[in-house]
Design a protein around this ligand. Structure first.
Ligand code: UTP
Length: 271
């Protein structure tokens, strides 16, 4: 079973400026609830027991948000508002599950993942990128099911329009396993339309093997001078480790761009 999840949160969020100049993007409200809570609820419903947040000193407010129970207690003593009591209990529940590790320099997603090395106990763990919300269906839960069925690493995948492939990491597929799952031959970062081997894009949910830490520890920075998780995945695939692209059923919302962030509230409100 997959019991641990990691969530990289140490990025700068430049695409959401000015909203992120002093505020963590993951705490920005989406239909009246901080975006990160949708991710936590997905994890809990998928059976995750421990969640590791990778934050930075600049994003300390994320830890403060989950460690503010004293503030709630003071308010609840004065007024017994059932809504506030419910929120307080929810925060306490989240707090119990979350550990914090620090990545003070945003050197890339791969470097962020490496910070969790000593906390990962089992041979596989879940990683969620908080900008990618998936609603109407628990993507993590169905990926865990796929992992158990095929005893393999899994990455969420979504069909995108052929003309848009250059915005995404695109899978080169090896073989169809069933209606929703495909064995991956390669992952190509932002290919040109003409070179794209498929229209299946990488979305921010991964079930990764613990062996990825050995790759990351040796990995040199790649595109843009950052250590990318995709490069470590690619070298594991080249060494014959099985990775599956899982076509999820839910609706994907890109909350990391301004246009996507604005649309996400509207989408969740009508869902
Ligand atoms: P992104 O590069 O998509 O997001 O990283 P960003 O850096 O936060 O935002 P922009 O691009 O400047 O607008 C994907 C995820 O990985 C985390 C980010 O916090 C985000 O959740 N991340 C990225 C890290 O934790 N560390 C890094 O060094 C880079």
């Amino acid at each position: 079973m997959i019991k641990q999840a990691i969530i990289p949160l140490a990025g700068l969020g430049t695409r959401l400026l000015p909203l992120t100049s002093v505020f963590a993007k993951e705490l920005l409200p989406i239909n009246g609830k901080p975006g990160i809570e949708y991710i936590l609820d997905e994890c809990i419903e998928a059976g995750i027991k421990e969640i590791i947040f990778i934050i930075s000193k600049k994003k300390k407010m994320i830890k403060n948000y989950f460690y503010n129970d004293y503030f709630y207690e003071k308010i609840i003593k004065k007024k017994k508002d059932p809504r506030i009591i419910k929120e307080y209990k929810k925060i306490l529940k989240y707090k119990k599950m979350i550990k914090f590790v620090y990545q003070n320099k945003p050197l890339g997603t791969g470097d962020a993942v490496l910070k969790t090395k000593k906390y990962i106990k089992d041979s596989f763990f879940l990683m969620l990128l908080p900008d990618d919300l998936i609603i109407n269906h628990n993507c993590s839960k169905s990926m865990i099911y796929t992992h158990q069925k095929y005893k393999s690493s899994v990455i969420a995948s979504m069909s995108v329009k052929k003309k848009n492939v250059s915005r995404w990491g695109i899978f080169k597929l090896k073989k169809k396993l069933d209606r929703k799952n495909f064995l991956i031959r390669d992952v190509i970062e932002k290919p040109k339309v003409i070179n794209a081997p498929s229209n299946k894009a990488v979305i921010g949910r991964y079930i990764l093997p613990k062996s990825i830490f050995f790759k990351l520890a040796k990995q040199k920075p790649g595109k843009g001078g950052e250590v990318h998780i995709t490069d470590a995945i690619q070298s594991l695939i080249y060494e014959n480790n099985n990775f599956i692209a899982h076509n999820f059923t839910g609706k994907y919302l890109d909350c990391g761009s301004m246009e996507g962030y604005i649309k996400s509230t509207l989408e969740i409100a009508k869902s």
